[in-house]
Ligand binder design. Sequence first.
Ligand code: CA
Length: 304
Amino acid sequence: MQYDPRHLPSVPVTQAELVHQHDSILGESPLWEEREQVLYWVDIDRGKIHRFDPATRENTTHTLPTKVTSIARRAKGGLIASLKKNFAFFDPVTGQVEMLDVVEDDQPENRFNDGKVDRQGRFWAGTMNEVHIGKPDAGLYRFEGPGRVEKMVSEVTISNGTGWSPCGRIMYYTDTLRHTVFAYDFEEKTGSISNRREFYSVDPSAEGLPDGLTVDAEGFVWSALVNYGRMLRFDPAGKLERMVTFPPTRGTCCTFGGANYDELYITTARECLTPEQIAAQPLAGSVFRCEPGVKGLPETPFAG
Ligand code: CA
């Protein structure tokens, strides 16, 4: 189903509130870590992994010597990450980074972008061309451990939000400059994908782009609509059902967290905003939260 963000249907709206003011360039990859009851998130271009504790409102930061493009939980403790070109393990206690496999070594214009763990514990991360933005020479990779990398989708523009239905048999995948969130049949045992179809798309004549996503406990899909300051919730048939708004126009991604997984955390960005737009949106780059009335699911940790 295609939507024009200038003329969205009338659906229930929740306003998110500011929980952590920050000037991140590209806030991304919000991740609820239930073992610590904190929100991890990244600032891609500055190579920062942030840890926000909602109980104290304290935000602590690690700076890595490379871009950090996505993070996910790891069963053995700590995080798995996609950096600029590498998969990596990261230990937030020691700050130690363990560099793992490289992708697209022969494509110097490309870097990793969003990544997520499937319900069986495999890490999926995709790439983008950051010089020729939108050039369809990026891909989506499945990582099961050192030396176990497989390219699963080719000819991607900007690889972005990925998620799985609660049953695990549907994978949602965002190709941002195709303006589309796709759905695939997902084979849980092998992690293979098939039968790609359009789930939701944005009218290309509008400025809105689909970015990060998460799937809630009811199997509805939350997709960030960049440039419009909205998280859109779709039913499994791709019909817009409700939305969350917040002041910055560049909302990048969202995830559920809190002790009951009933809070939606949202990251935002300053990237691509003019100085005048930043002056008008002083909260761009901050983290927002709301209670939208539905619950999310814990993220499965990376099994390797
Ligand atoms: Ca993104």
